[in-house]
Design a protein around this ligand. Structure first.
Ligand code: SF4
Length: 122
């Protein structure tokens, strides 16, 4: 017996007018899809929509042959799956370093800009 997955759309509402570039858009929307499908494996995300309330039209992407392609009135390039794969690779690397330890930098000026200060010690 084969069970069909439930298909879903994720709509990301933003209030600003500045539109994210292709890389940021891919990372954000595809990460939502990965997160939902990871937590709820019975779900399949079929459509991703970026609804920016300050802009006239939403940006919509439909899953076609394993790739989220531009759909609706928003004719733009599809989402880049590599963007989220790179994020996952970095997250795995951070998790590895967190679990196994790493050597802190000797240049504490760098630490002022770093978002991992909470995790890496005093
Ligand atoms: S705060 Fe950031 S830059 Fe500084 S040691 Fe920790 S991980 Fe490295």
């Amino acid at each position: 017996m084969r069970f069909l997955k439930k298909l879903y759309e994720i709509i990301d509402y933003k209030t600003g007018k500045s539109e994210p570039g292709p890389d940021a858009r891919s990372k954000q929307l595809l990460l939502y899809a990965r997160g939902i499908e990871h937590v709820y494996p019975q779900y399949k995300v079929k459509r991703l929509t970026l609804e920016q309330l300050g802009l006239p039209n939403p940006r919509t992407f439909e899953l076609i042959d394993g790739k989220f392609e531009s759909a609706g009135s928003s004719r733009m390039e599809g989402l880049d799956g590599k963007a989220v794969e790179d994020m996952i690779k970095i997250a795995k690397s951070i998790a590895h370093d967190y679990e196994h330890g790493f050597e802190r930098t000797k240049d504490e000026k760098v630490c002022g800009e770093c978002g991992y200060g909470l995790y890496c010690g005093d």
